[in-house]
Design a protein around this ligand. Sequence first.
Ligand code: FES
Length: 262
Amino acid sequence: MSTIEAIRSGPEPPTRAVVLLAKSAFAAAPMWEMHRLAERIQRQRGAGETVAFAFSEQGTPALRDVLLSLRDSGHSEIVILPLVIPLEPSFHAWLGRTLQRWLADDPDNWPVIRIAPAPEDAPALDGLIGQLIDGSAARPAVALSDKPLPDASLVPAQRRRVLVCQGGPCNAAGADVIWGHLRNEQERRKLRTVGEGVMTAKSTCLGPCNLAPVLQVFPEGTYYGGVTETGIDTIIDEHLLGGRIVAALAYAPTGRKQALRG
Ligand code: FES
């Protein structure tokens, strides 16, 4: 049973939920580590609170899915605890803006949401770091690997490329979660090998910052602006798989100034 199914199918929910928020996980093992951590903290906090975990970028479950699940299962308060050190100053800003966008979809139905302080602000962190340093004595020392580097690599055959801007204005507008949603859908829908094949990558500023968050699809070079998770789903269906540019979100690479519509 997935974390989200477990939240939905539990007994009468406690009023408060805690979401342990990590940035990314690219494989099953780190996702399982988060699962174990949530279980440990659940035991510590007791049955009076629900403890869940989520990823703000790539990795499942995604933050939005967990929040929707907690909302729909009747929790009245959600505390998001970012497990990120160092926490960039912009993190709280984009998280706040992204939450506002999600809450705006159904403003009357959401519980109170709070964002906990960064871990580096916790007084007990010094003791924890001391324990970890002392614990290193029991671990093997790092040795140089004698494995040779591969002498050849596959050159990707995928025809489509999606660049997701990670410049400052795009990040402040929620580009991290857009990237995470795209990567999760790329995995889930096997986009690397379906149709013409899709590769995805992060980029520095793509240019039209006023359209944030921005992504660009090749080979056409189409810019998409003001992109949300729903927009990503439409771009996948229409453009990446269907070959049709999504006019409502698209900005042609004309070399002229364009403003965000709607
Ligand atoms: S920061 Fe994204 S287009 Fe400039």
